[in-house]
Design a protein around this ligand. Structure first.
Ligand code: C5P
Length: 220
């Protein structure tokens, strides 16, 4: 990769899970580790981009040379991303944002009692959908983690969220998805091209995704 093929480009990457608090001790979350998003941030930085990483809680080291905003909940990620959005050229939304949050956040620890406990959840905003609606010249990349009908759901997501590229991975497949060091992704373009990448490290996958973005968005 030419070292500077993204120089002058502002890239916003989101990564990791979000945590939705139930009380001061507990939260709802998911298995995202942030590795794919951090790899994308590092790869873009190494190719000359100005990178802003908005990340949920992870165990990963801060990538060098990248502006980092650490958030916890989906609502916090929403605010950080929308604030940065007007200034960016490319958004890559790798984060596994929680779709729901507990409707009530108890101020004190919820104590156990006999019998069942019912939680009421309310919808979080779909951050990427909002970006799609407010899109001016930004190139929008969404991720799709699915266990079935990968291409079908990805194409639906592209339309509903007004995206330019969807990166889909089957989290049920060995060597793909949450936690591991490798991924197996299929990229779906707005023009309907379907590009299946082989199993690669997440850093190699990140560079291949950036190659595709550069081609589609015609950055030289
Ligand atoms: O619809 P689905 O959640 O499968 O779409 C996944 C894509 O949408 C990811 O790029 C994710 O970061 C983004 N998303 C979001 N806000 C949500 C849910 C998903 O930005 N509340």
């Amino acid at each position: 990769h030419p070292k500077t093929d993204f120089s002058g480009k502002n890239i916003l990457v989101t990564a990791g899970p979000t945590r939705e608090a139930l009380d001061p001790i507990r939260f709802l979350s998911n298995h995202s580790t942030g590795k794919m998003g951090y790899a994308l941030a590092a790869a873009a930085q190494s190719r000359g981009a100005d990178v802003h990483l908005v990340t949920g809680p992870t165990c990963l080291a801060d990538p060098a040379g990248v502006k980092i905003t650490k958030v916890v909940s989906a609502l916090e990620m929403h605010d950080a991303v929308l604030k940065a959005y007007p200034q960016v050229d490319i958004v890559i939304k790798t984060a596994a944002v929680a779709d729901y949050r507990p409707k009530e956040q108890a101020a004190q620890k919820i104590k156990k009692k006999a019998g069942e406990l019912t939680l009421v959840l309310e919808r979080n905003p779909d951050i990427l959908w909002e970006l799609g609606q407010a899109k001016k010249n930004q190139f929008l990349v969404g991720f799709a983690a699915e266990t079935d009908n990968l291409i079908g759901y990805a194409q639906e997501k592209m339309r509903e969220k007004n995206l330019d590229l969807v990166v889909a991975n089957n989290v049920a497949e060995e060597g793909a998805g949450f936690g591991g060091t490798t991924n197996i992704v299929t990229m779906i373009t707005r023009a309907g091209q379907i590009i299946k990448l082989p199993q690669m490290t997440k850093l190699e996958t990140a560079h291949a995704i950036l190659d595709q973005i550069r081609m589609l968005a015609n950055y030289r």
